[in-house]
Design a protein around this ligand. Structure first.
Ligand code: HEC
Length: 367
């Protein structure tokens, strides 16, 4: 599982995800990538060539890379197209970041006001961008009662990915400005954010369903004696409030952020499984340490290091997005002592939910 992250560590940054670009193009793009940073305005022939390749990469992530490499301007429409086509791709987050920082909010606003599919894609990419500049745009969407609830939920999830966004959600909830049909999403998101103060505040303003907390948790030695129901445990694993599936994959289902758990029953016994859930920081899996990067722009990036080269770091952020940062843009990096997996997840479950969950995980064995 860990190998999957580290195995890719020496690969060129662009190949982190498969881009559906025809082979001939791949060669042209590769050739171009060696010229990046060159002043193409001073070289019309080169500019022509770049624009030609750019045109052929429309609606693919490579388009974003070329715009970025050559600092091309006037490509807002093309950037939005990529976001709409592949909202979860790391380069779509990059495209959203470029649109935000170029202060080209007009393009984003227009997209967000557009069709539901386009708006959902843009909101998702804005969330992955981790930029606080995205907060007002997403907040406007959450507050817009005319828009579809499913879309506004995506905006809630996107907001919860930055501290400023999560703070905004919390104030909206406190001031009774958060629509009722968004409260459940906000509750599960805010009770899981990595900022302890916001989590503590969320527990008061948007507490998790009380039924899960009704029974106090017996000691693990007691839980170990109980036999759970694995099928019910699988449901707990997928539950929004437990959050497991938002960070772990089992047999390809779920988000690829923390280690895949498809064979976790062969690795950990039930006691270790309880410990992993009840005290995630007790034994952090190698390669899954959490890092915080402070950027010169003032932004913060928090996540796992997916790969690193001499001049750039690829950070895997919660939600499974990737963001690439040049080392010259990084002011400081801090390794966190705590696991990125939040403590206290059992508070969203009854004791029997937890027993069922562990029964399920224990049964996920190597075939
Ligand atoms: C915010 C993301 C996140 C959430 C939510 C989350 N995990 Fe994790 N989990 C991680 C990360 C990252 C690691 C690896 C770091 C560590 O070991 O603490 C991990 C580690 C684990 C491990 C140990 C894996 C190993 O190979 O040793 C288990 C078991 C586990 N999680 C189960 C769960 C269960 C069950 C839930 C839901 C109740 C859950 N996780 C929720 C991110 C998360």
């Amino acid at each position: 599982m860990i190998g999957a992250i580290w195995g890719a560590s020496c690969a060129p940054l662009r190949s982190d995800e498969s881009d559906p670009v025809p082979a001939v193009n791949t060669i042209a793009i590769e050739a171009l990538s060696r010229l990046k940073g060159m002043d193409i305005e001073a070289n019309p022939a080169l500019k022509n060539a770049v624009l030609k390749v750019l045109e052929s990469t429309r609606r693919t992530p490579a388009f974003v890379q070329i715009v970025q490499d050559f600092k091309l301007t006037g490509q807002e429409g093309g950037l939005i197209e990529v976001i709409e086509k592949q909202p979860a791709h790391s380069l779509s987050a990059e495209a959203a970041r470029m649109l935000l920082t170029e202060r080209d909010l007009g393009t984003l606003k227009k997209g967000l006001a557009g069709s539901q599919a386009a708006a959902a894609a843009i909101a998702q990419a804005l969330g992955h961008s981790g930029e606080r500049l995205a907060v007002p745009l997403l907040a406007a969407m959450v507050s817009d009662a005319q828009r579809e609830v499913s879309l506004r939920k995506i905006a809630v999830q996107a907001l919860a990915q930055t501290q400023e966004g999560a703070t905004w959600l919390l104030s909206a909830a406190r001031e009774e400005k958060l629509a009722d049909d968004l409260k459940f999403t906000a509750t599960s998101e805010l009770n899981q954010v990595r900022w302890p103060q916001i989590r503590a505040e969320a527990a008061k303003v948007l507490p998790l369903p009380p039924s899960s907390n009704a029974e106090p948790l017996p000691p693990v030695s007691e839980l170990l004696k109980r036999k759970g129901d694995a099928a019910k445990g699988a449901e707990v694993f997928r539950r929004d409030t437990a959050g497991c599936i938002k960070c772990h994959q089992v047999l390809g289902e779920g988000i690829d952020f923390g280690p895949a758990l498809s064979e976790i029953g062969s690795k950990l016994g039930k006691d270790a499984l309880y410990e992993s859930i009840l005290d995630p920081s007790s034994g952090i899996s190698f390669g899954y340490e959490a890092w915080e990067f402070e950027l010169k722009s003032g932004d913060e990036v928090f996540g796992l290091i997916a790969s690193e080269t001499e001049d750039a770091v690829m950070v895997k952020t919660q939600g499974g997005g990737m963001s690439q940062h040049r080392k010259i843009d990084i002011k400081a990096r801090i390794k966190m002592k705590l696991s990125i997996m939040p403590a206290g997840l059992q508070q969203a479950m009854s004791p029997s939910d937890l027993v069922n969950l562990v029964e399920y995980l224990a049964g996920l064995k190597k075939k």
